[in-house]
Design a protein around this ligand. Structure first.
Ligand code: NAD
Length: 502
């Protein structure tokens, strides 16, 4: 048993975000004898994790957090009810082993103390694209990783296991070692790479039933022991055959590569949708046909606005930067093309809308239905809506009314503020309105753009193949008829002619 010398009693996750919070909750659920503490510098976020309303929306997460955080006050029956379709034991194992369990999931801002008492630390901090300086726009900003590792170096016990959960450039393990050595010379820490593959909106399901768990370690005896200790935690609910050992660099790279390839499929089908619109081919029919080839498969073949969210763009940017820094410009430009196609798709959509409205938005109201980067999440980071709004704003519309069932006004405002063009525009009497009622948002609108595939915006009518679709949303009966646009279709039917330019 290679894990013989590594006993894990206390795990700490640094970063109480979309990865750190749910991952910690599921590990705690299935390892009731292990204490799990999530730490973050963001006091408000920690307060929410401790309170009634979690800071992130993930179906099924609230009950699991309540159960592990508050003990048997949360009912495990309701958790398994929510995940009835999962194999037996997937959602129940934690409670079955320990019916009168004590709370073992904690949230704290006491970073130093928590790090000091942990046997294993999960690094789940943000790794956005660098905005300024060397590599701006492409390189990964390693500031949060470096800051967290510095805290670990200053406070952690010798021998603590460090697990990279954040998505990082290949060779980050070496950077972590260097920082540790600089602050705690001579003290040995074990570093593992265990990239997270969850998707927002399905995080609980993805964590309960992952396709694979990759654990990269150094090929030394202590490296293998560390990996075995982490594997044992996962083995509480995941079959051993799905836990894959690799070297650290492979583990780091496989996450970037997986995201790049998923995004590439989206850009590929979007490029085909542009050809369809010019030729009369139907992209849905094309996607269906090519998806029936088992070598291609059906997933991620839906033409639309392209990918959004905090991961795909920045991970491809990171991969291109990595390729450049390895003197592989051809590899860099290959992946760069995926981003170019993504931008092209949004640009094409927004310009099509403007063109349908007589090439001017002056005096007009545009409604945006959906602001989250995809359905079932309140995350608005890098949402397609943001890019579309930026282009529309250049045409000086009278109003852009935004409605999303989950994104709060502050989420929308925060993301809009990132756009230089939109700074200060979300003021009372400003052109951008965030509306909490979808009917009001659509009233007197010249065009309704459905930019997130929320079920509530689903259209019951079949889409017209080669054009932007214009039809009434059944859920919006009573709203003023207007042009409704969604990709991959151009306008097929206009229920209200656009107002003349004012
Ligand atoms: P996030 O921004 O939601 O959360 C990161 C948290 O880390 C923030 O709350 C921040 O305050 C905290 N933090 C940063 N530095 C800290 C420090 N030194 N001490 C304590 N707290 C600190 O990010 P996320 O979406 O959870 O992503 C985290 C990582 O996981 C990223 O590398 C991302 O690429 C990767 N990832 C994300 C997803 C996803 O769907 N969001 C999926 C897989 C992997």
């Amino acid at each position: 048993n290679t894990a013989a010398n590594v006993r894990i009693r206390h795990i700490c996750a640094i970063g109480a975000g979309y990865v750190g919070g749910p991952t910690a909750a599921i590990i705690a659920l299935h390892n009731s004898n292990v204490k799990v503490t999530v730490i973050d510098q963001d006091e408000r976020r920690i307060k929410s994790w401790r309170g009634r309303h979690l800071p992130i929306h993930e179906p099924g997460l609230e009950r699991i957090v309540r159960f592990a955080r508050d003990g048997t006050n949360g009912s495990m029956d309701t958790i398994s009810e929510q995940h009835q379709d999962l194999p037996m034991g997937q959602a129940q194992a934690g409670s079955d082993r320990n019916p009168s369990r004590r709370p073992n999931l904690f949230f704290s801002t006491a970073c130093a103390e928590t790090i000091a008492s942990s046997d294993m630390i999960l690094l789940a901090v943000n790794t956005p694209t660098k905005m300024h300086g060397v590599g701006a726009g492409r390189a990964t900003d390693m500031a949060a990783i470096e800051g967290a590792v510095r805290d670990i170096a200053l406070h952690a016990k010798p021998g603590t296991l460090l697990v990279e959960k954040s998505t990082v450039p290949c060779k980050t393990g070496q950077l972590i070692k260097d920082v540790l050595e600089a602050y705690r010379p001579g003290v040995v820490f074990q570093i593992l790479s265990n990239p997270e593959f969850l998707s927002e909106g399905t995080a609980v399901r993805d964590l309960l039933q992952p396709d694979r768990v990759i654990i990269g370690c150094e090929s030394t005896l202590s490296g293998h022991r560390a990996a075995a200790a982490l594997a044992n935690l996962y083995a509480a609910w995941i079959p051993r055959s799905n836990i894959i050992p690799t070297n650290i660099w492979s583990a780091e790279l496989c996450k970037l590569a997986a995201n790049a390839m998923l995004a590439q499929r989206i850009s590929s089908i979007n490029s085909i949708s542009a050809v369809c619109e010019r030729t009369g081919a139907d992209v849905n029919e094309v996607a269906r046909s090519i998806g029936m080839d088992p070598r291609i498969g059906t997933q991620f073949l839906k033409a639309g606005f392209g990918f959004g969210g905090s991961c795909f763009r920045k991970d491809i940017a990171s991969l291109t930067y990595l390729a450049e820094s390895l003197a592989l410009p051809e590899v860099a430009s290959y992946w760069q093309a995926v981003l170019i196609m993504n931008d092209f798709q949004r640009d094409r959509f927004a310009r099509n809308v403007i063109s349908r409205l007589n090439n001017t938005l002056r005096g007009k109201k545009i409604t945006i239905l959906g602001y989250a980067f995809k359905k079932n999440t309140g995350d608005a980071r890098e949402s397609p809506a943001l890019d579309v709004i930026r282009i529309l704003m250049q045409e000086h519309p009278h109003t852009i009314a935004i409605f999303d069932p989950l994104c709060s006004e502050s989420d929308v405002k925060r993301e809009l503020a990132v756009l230089d063009d939109c700074r200060g525009l979300v003021q009372p009497n400003g052109p951008i309105e965030i509306v909490t009622d979808s009917y009001l948002a659509c009233a007197d609108s010249n065009a309704i753009l459905v930019l997130t595939d929320w079920d509530m915006f689903k259209n019951t009518k079949p889409a017209t193949p080669d054009k932007f679709e214009a039809t009434e949303l059944p859920q919006l009966d009573g709203a003023t008829p207007a042009n409704i646009f969604r990709l991959p279709h151009s306008v097929a039917r206009v229920t209200k002619p656009p107002s003349p330019p004012q």
